[in-house]
Design a protein around this ligand. Structure first.
Ligand code: KIV
Ligand code: ZN
Length: 525
């Protein structure tokens, strides 16, 4: 059934446009976890990936298509038969599917990237849509770099793909170049000049190079678009994409102005944003609209005074409406299981009994080390517990000896899932270096650390520290993270997560008998 005309569809491309940006790549289980959270959030369409990009991308789209129900699952393809067939195969088992085909239309792309004349572009776009229609009725077409395309030519392409069978036409501001007035006019122009445009859904897809992705998307919606393409936390190529939480809350908060609705459960926005941040290790700036730590904090005395009298003096949204529970200090070591369960729920997490018991045990252990536990502590515990995939190595103990001006010694004791206990002592320039050398020598797996970050999860001297490590081995990039009140332990566990991933990968390749090292490492390409 066609949704109400006043309903704007939310097309989430976190797993495709978002995931392809540096530092945001996700493993298949992480993509699945994110896709489930997006379905719970209530997005209408999940773009799960670009199946022809790599075997991993294809498998991830296929897994999301098989396992995630509710939203339409989309896969991206160029206007090329092989790409489209790969996308169609990956999406085969989806309850509801969409093939999204794209081709650049601007003069710059035509001349320098594609080396194609206008007629060739129209011919290929039409052919792409027709091929996709052989596999699926729900077809979206995007004229890449639309905002820098000559208006008359853009209208010609859009009309041709509608005639060929596209049911959604998406207008991307690929390089984040347009400004609201100009973009609104582009949508009005298309609506005036394209035959058949009322029969399809117009969509908008903005990048944030000039910081206007959300403003441009809202202008497009005011000018008739009824689908917004966006990503959680605004992740995406270069400066990112239109941020889902911002655009959705703008429509909700200014409902009387826009007179439009979405299907998003806004109280899932904050937990979903935190989940993505924990998966990618990309922290959210404190002042980020809607989901930043300061988004609902009031520091100035005048503001606090107004807030106490009436929250609407300085607050246009309630933190609860985005799922940010308002409570600074939460629980301590005397808190019971009941209170803990309530708090977890208020923070937007659903845990089954077994998971709850496990996290509650960890909470108790943490409460023994820290006097006060904040929401951030509980979130960190839950998000790690949901992460699943552990082993084969785990850290049993870590002893450090450090004196200023001399090398530091670290002794690690590790346990392997096969029962082995390995102990190793190493020296290094500081505790982290010594710990990393000891872990690498104990496991026999060496990596090149490219980036290392530590930040406090909450406030206070006894705050837990989150360590995030980016490393490479054999031309592959890995990311590991861990949280602890002891930041050296967190750093060691973050490295161990990477080492575990490398060992798991090696084992699965050994089982399948396939050499899946990157082509260059195999001597190819
Ligand atoms: O930015 C862009 O043009 C895209 C298209 C593939 C929709 O991501
Ligand atoms: Zn894009």
């Amino acid at each position: 059934m066609e949704p109400h005309p006043d309903r704007v569809l939310i097309f989430d491309t976190t797993l495709r446009d978002g995931e392809q940006s540096p530092g945001c790549s996700m493993t298949q289980p992480e993509k699945l976890r994110m896709a489930r959270a997006l379905a719970e959030l209530g997005v209408d369409i999940i773009e799960a990936g670009f199946p022809c990009a790599s075997r991993g991308d294809w498998e991830a789209v296929n897994a999301v298509a098989r396992e995630v129900q509710g939203p339409i699952i989309a896969g991206l393809a160029r206007c090329v038969r092989d790409d489209i067939e790969l996308a169609a195969k990956a999406l085969k088992d989806a309850e509801r599917k969409r093939i999204h085909v794209f081709l650049a239309t601007s003069a710059i792309h035509r001349e320098f990237k594609l080396n194609m004349a206008r007629e060739e572009i129209v011919r290929r776009a039409v052919e792409g849509v027709k091929i996709a229609r052989e596999y699926c009725d729900d077809i979206e077409f995007s004229p890449e770099d639309a905002s820098r395309t000559e208006l008359d030519f853009l209208a010609e392409v859009v009309e041709a793909v509608i005639e060929a069978g596209a049911s959604t036409v998406n207008i991307p501001d690929t390089v984040g170049y347009t400004v609201p007035d100009e973009f609104g006019e582009l949508f009005r122009y298309l609506r005036r000049h394209v035959r058949g445009i009322d029969k399809i859904r117009l969509s908008v897809h903005c990048h944030d190079d000039l910081g206007m992705a959300v403003a441009n998307s809202l202008t497009a919606v005011a000018a008739g678009a009824r689908q917004i393409e966006c990503t959680i936390n605004g992740i995406g190529e270069r400066a990112g994409n239109c941020s889902l939480e911002e655009v959705v809350m703008a429509l909700a908060t200014r409902q009387q102005f826009f007179k439009l609705t979405t299907g998003v459960q806004t109280n899932r926005l904050y937990p979903t944003s935190r989940l993505l941040a924990s998966i990618t290790g990309q922290s959210i700036p404190r002042n980020k609209a809607i989901v930043g730590e300061n988004a609902f904090a009031h520091e100035s005395g005048i503001h606090q005074h107004g807030m106490l009298k009436n929250a609407s003096t300085y607050e246009i949204m309630r933190p609860e409406s985005v799922g940010m529970a308002r409570s600074a200090l939460v629980l301590g070591k005397h808190s019971g299981r009941h209170a803990f369960r309530d708090r977890v729920k208020q923070l937007g997490f659903e845990l089954d009994e077994q998971e709850l018991n496990r996290v509650f045990e960890e909470f108790k252990a943490l409460a023994d080390k820290k006097k006060e536990l904040f929401d951030g502590d509980i979130e960190a515990l839950v998000l790690r517990a949901e992460g699943g995939a552990q082993g084969p190595w785990s850290l049993v103990s870590l002893d450090l000896e450090s004196h200023s001006g001399t090398q530091c010694n670290a002794k690690v004791r590790l346990e392997h899932i096969d029962g082995r206990i390995v102990e190793h002592l190493a020296s290094g320039d500081g505790p982290v270096d010594a710990t990393y050398k000891a872990i690498e020598q104990a496991t026999g797996i060496a990596v090149t650390v490219r980036k290392f970050e530590v930040h406090a999860v909450t406030i206070g001297e006894d705050a837990q520290g989150e360590a995030v490590v980016y490393a490479e081995q054999n031309e592959r990039s890995y990311r590991g993270s861990s949280v602890s009140t002891n930041i050296i332990e967190a750093s060691g566990k973050a490295l161990l997560e990477i080492i575990n991933r490398i060992e798991q990968l090696a084992q699965s390749h050994a089982r399948s008998g396939v050499d899946r090292r990157p082509a260059a490492a195999r001597g190819g390409l």
